[in-house]
Ligand binder design. Sequence first.
Ligand SMILES: [Fe+2]
Length: 204
Amino acid sequence: MIERLAQQLTEFDPQSGVIEGAPIIERRLSDLRGSFADREAYETTLAEADPVIYTVALVEPAQGEGALHYGLGRIVPGRIGAEYYLTKGHLHAWRPAAEIYVGLSGEGAMLLEDERSGESRLLSLLPNSVVYVPGFSAHRTINTGSTLLTYLGIYSAAAGHDYSFIAGRNFRQVLVELDGQPTLTERSRFLASLQTPGANARHE
Ligand SMILES: [Fe+2]
């Protein structure tokens, strides 16, 4: 007799972000307070609507040492001010735990920030590509395109999620649209540009 784990085989729809039988976490704009740099644009947008920004369908077939969990992420296209729609981002509670992201559809990026060195790295997240997120890295997914961004994230069942780092001071860099192009810039510099009408973050 072959022992079967629950959800040992799943099927997913990259467009709907659904995995049959898997619970879905839904994050609306109101759940992302503090995530976007431009607070005025955030409040203005939220006063008009509270759209779903992203969902994650979670599959946890087993627990314990050696087990893996994974999620199908789906981020809608859009921006708050100049900043693209994004996930909250997190570190793993078990800091050395790495993660693999597999791009399925759309056009996006992953912003990584090493907790120990503070170094940032922006990596494209595209269909047929894999992003390796090393341990000790805060990571956030961003939709830079005009269509849905979907991807799989595969991680140790023991990794855990720590959001306090992000809630405290957020990532050092922001990915904003500048002259029609995704542009990575220092958060502090971008915030300063918001205070100076007409200022261009790139030229400050
Ligand atoms: Fe993660």
